[in-house]
Design a protein around this ligand. Sequence first.
Ligand code: 5AD
Ligand code: FES
Length: 346
Amino acid sequence: MTELVDRLYCGERLSDSELAALIAADDKETADLLRSRADSMRQRYYGKKVFLRGLIEISSCCKNNCLYCGIRCGNSEAERYRLSKEDILSCCQQGYELGFRTFVLQGGEDPYFTDDVMCGIISEIRRLYPDCAITLSLGERSRESYQRMKNAGADRYLLRHEAASERLYRSLHPSEMSLSNRKNCLFTLRELGYQVGAGFMVGAPGQTVSDLIADLRFLEELRPHMIGIGPFVPHHCTPFANERGGTLELTLRLLGLLRLMFPNVLLPATTALGTISPTGREQGLKTGCNVVMPNLSPVRVRKKYDLYDNKICTGEEAAECRGCLQRRIESAGYFVSAERGDCIEK
Ligand code: 5AD
Ligand code: FES
């Protein structure tokens, strides 16, 4: 197995069966080597820098009914909120003062946030913070909508593909949603000049090793600037309440593989990874991750953006969360970069 890690490290393309062997390798020797090779690859491209993204969760209202997600429209227990433009701008102001140079506006697919509403918010952030990147994560929209928001000043868009295998995608989503539309959205975003983030959950119910290979192959085709992955974590009010969650070990293995396959990609150590293990994000950083996304949402809504059970960082003020993450980053041997943190060219 160690030979496969080294071949990846040297830039070789592995076959499906070789990737499958690495994904399934649960021995310590492979894990240790993957970690150290992924870390030297990240340092070759990004040094010890970690980029911060201030996450503003603008709405917990969602018209979709994805089976895994706590804010699915079918969950009548979910508490719904949406932030006003003033709320969002005050999060940005706080974030700017705390040193953030990227704001991520993320929310469910909420029909309230029409193109006009979004463009009003985006252009105001653009005017007030010309040196910051504006990232959107608002799900599937039309080409025209993506274009208008780009023109208003958005730079980046996060849209996890969730599962590149048709069978798995279908089993995680209601029949109104389709993998082909999801993929089309991602290719459209790329074409329009957004820096694009895709990604998937690790250990989703029914996910096999070949499904994960399909994810890696799809990412090779899309060549996104950022790849967001985290363990699936069950939410008690969803059809997957009693399913098993994804493991730390498998998530770290995939993070290491991603860093070696996509050396210059932006790779976040996600909140879900920090949720399943107290040192999850630190271990992610040591296995190739170079981005973290502290929460900038107003504390009063934090618990309502309830994608999965036991989500961390729901009680802390933005400054506390920022400080906590900085300590964690430094304890893992890295430092917080003050830059916008764009993806570097290969
Ligand atoms: N466990 C882990 N991640 C989840 N997401 C949604 N629900 C869950 C869950 N139960 C992820 C999805 C989505 C992102 C915002 O959060 O991948 O794209
Ligand atoms: Fe948010 Fe620690 S990172 S409280």
